[in-house]
Design a protein around this ligand. Structure first.
Ligand SMILES: Cc1cc2nc3c(=O)[nH]c(=O)nc-3n(C[C@H](O)[C@H](O)[C@H](O)COP(=O)(O)OP(=O)(O)OC[C@H]3O[C@@H](n4cnc5c(N)ncnc54)[C@H](O)[C@@H]3O)c2cc1C
Length: 557
């Protein structure tokens, strides 16, 4: 099957002029179910994909809802090779490191691009600059009705401002023209200061040399909680910059870095040790010369939490530069009062963002990125919610805002205060996507409240469909997802009623609940009456596209 697919899409051999360059093979279940059990079949399969489609047109997938965390698959692919005799006999290309890198991530990175970053309007260590929206010249947006429009500061400017930092609510960004800057060579300079002197130190550094990137780290030990800071600046040098590879840290360096960081979790000693090591060794370990691409090459596995009983939680606050110390003064009492385990705070310089409707930088601000470790319990979750609300209040109290990509712990009132243009945003949303095709948790939490059904008029009828609900197992042990459907040609739409349909799902439905794809049934297993009837009565109507989108494809049997 895969062979035929590869031949159709790739042409009859690697030189075929009939290749379909925009068709990709995704490994997923094919790989997971073969690599251990039928490694020779796998060798032929990947060999054929490489031969016909090429290493640029294969992407990794893990089908994790079925097979659990993808780490073992990543490692298996990384180790996998096509035996030489098979390669020679069938003329397959080698599955070498370059090909594996492309399959595991680079091809997807190229395909998916930076759209999530634009939709979240992210920011980073770039000092003296607004968030990423400022670098976007234009993009093409696919709207809910399928139309594709170009947006820029002069063309569909309203949509441009709403979709950048709009979390995907206005359509799908298909591609974008960005202004980029060349790689540069930097000299790294560290400075230890009191937090109250941080801004002066940063401004002075900027005045005394061309600073390309800058960030600060705050002390999180009990003794000097948020009182001391280490400022790191990357100063451009005139040294020639050859095309340089990104250097991966050696295994010992990566292990040490990880141990030092994760060792500070829940440990006052670990936090003190980390601060001492990083502040005293930084000049020795991380000074000298580097280049921009190297600095911006973050490696998530260095910090990743591997303790299943805990999770990491990020918060970000944006406060006017002159209010940084006042915000820190408030945070110094709020965080300990909630008993939270704050592992890291990074400071960034973010300039006014005039481009986006949901801007978090209405003026020049300092961004504070707070990294917490949290137990995976209901109590810890509630405590985190209370802490977040107090910190948001502290930020709002000094004229600041908070960042939206993370937990939805802010109250509606806090959201509306932090993002005063929310009305314009939701009005535009209603105009361009009246059926609410594009939704997410943020939208469902903070969109204007709808009136109760019955008095709702059209809006009640058009409300969004709830997430699919897990049903089953039935007498034969099968699980189903109950999806609610509504269609333009559906006569029940006129009455505001919704029909339900059910789709079979494979084993381990609890994994889908864990991943938020399905909702748990209500306490006591009670489903909405209509849904239960649909399951019992075996309604067979096909789910709407929206509901099928929410479900992963079933595992082949
Ligand atoms: C560990 C961690 C560290 C982070 N550090 C930073 C940081 O330093 N600075 C910072 O600014 N942010 C940071 N963030 C938040 C970050 O901005 C977002 O998580 C990130 O930009 C999302 O990018 P993504 O490619 O993962 O997109 P996703 O998470 O996939 O999507 C993000 C949003 O974009 C939308 N979207 C995705 N693709 C498209 C598309 N084609 N068209 C329209 N909308 C689309 C999605 O619907 C979603 O609302 C961090 C997040 C994490 C988890």
């Amino acid at each position: 099957m895969e062979h035929a697919f590869a031949q159709i899409c790739g042409g009859k051999d690697p030189t075929s002029p009939f290749r379909l360059h925009n068709v990709y093979a995704e490994l997923g279940t094919t790989f997971a179910s073969m690599v251990v059990t039928f490694p020779t079949v796998w060798a032929h399969l990947i060999g054929q994909l490489l031969y016909y489609m090429g290493e640029n047109n294969i992407v990794f997938g893990s089908d994790s809802p079925w097979y659990g965390g993808p780490q073992w698959q990543i490692e298996a692919l990384w180790r996998s090779q096509i035996p030489e005799d098979i390669r020679d006999r069938w003329d397959y290309p080698e599955l070498d490191e370059d090909a594996k890198r492309k399959i595991l991530g680079l091809n997807s990175a190229r395909l998916y691009g930076l759209k999530g970053n634009e939709s979240g309007n992210c920011h980073g260590w770039q000092n003296d600059r607004p968030p990423i929206a400022s670098t976007v010249e234009s993009f093409r947006l696919m709207l809910a009705d399928g139309r594709i429009v170009r947006c820029s500061r002069t063309e569909n400017a309203e949509l441009f401002a709403a979709a950048l930092g709009g979390y995907g609510l206005f359509g799908i960004i298909l591609d974008a023209d960005l202004r980029v800057i060349p790689n540069a060579r930097y000299r790294i300079v560290h400075r230890l200061v009191q937090s109250s002197e941080y801004l002066d130190a940063l401004d002075q550094a900027i005045r005394s040399g061309p600073v390309g990137l800058a960030y600060g780290r705050l002390n999180v030990t009990r003794e000097h909680f948020l009182e001391r800071a280490m400022l790191t600046t990357f100063v451009r040098t005139s040294d020639a910059l050859a095309a340089e590879p990104i250097v991966e840290p050696g295994p010992w360096a990566a292990t040490a870095e990880r141990l030092i960081f994760r060792g500070s979790q829940g440990s006052e000693y670990g936090k003190g040790l980390r601060w001492t090591l990083e502040t005293s060794l930084s000049d020795w370990l991380f000074s000298g010369s580097t280049h921009r691409n190297q600095v911006l090459q973050g490696r998530v596995e260095l910090y990743q939490n591997r303790d299943p009983s805990r999770t990491d939680v990020l918060h970000e606050y944006f406060v006017p530069r002159e209010s940084l110390e006042e915000f820190l003064r408030r945070a110094r009492s709020i965080v300990p009062a909630h008993g939270a385990d704050l592992m890291n705070v990074t400071l960034r310089d973010v300039r006014r963002d005039p481009d986006t409707l949901l801007t978090y930088a209405a003026g020049d601000v300092m961004a504070l990125v707070l990294f917490f470790s949290q137990a995976r319990t209901a109590e810890a979750e509630l405590a985190m919610q209370a802490l977040t609300r107090d910190l948001i209040d502290a930020s709002l109290g000094v004229g600041g805002r908070y960042y939206l990509p993370y937990r939805l712990h802010a109250t509606r009132e806090q959201f509306e205060r932090a993002y005063p243009k929310h009305r314009e945003l939701f009005a535009l949303k209603r105009a361009v996507d009246p059926s609410e095709v594009f939704q997410n948790g943020l939208y469902r939490t903070y969109r204007p409240r709808r009136r109760a059904p019955g008095r709702a008029g059209k809006e009640g009828v058009r409300g969004p469909l709830p997430a699919p609900v897990l049903a089953g197992p039935d007498r034969r042990g099968r699980h189903r997802a109950v999806v609610q459907r509504r269609g333009a040609a559906d006569p029940v739409q006129a009455t505001g009623l919704r029909r339900t349909a059910h789709v079979p799902i494979a084993e381990r439905p609890e994994a889908l609940v864990q991943h938020g794809v399905l909702r748990q049934p209500r306490e006591g297993g009670g489903f909405p009456q209509a849904a239960a009837q649909a399951v019992i009565g075996g309604a067979t109507s096909r789910p709407t596209p929206a509901s099928t989108l929410a479900l992963p494809h079933p595992r082949p049997r």
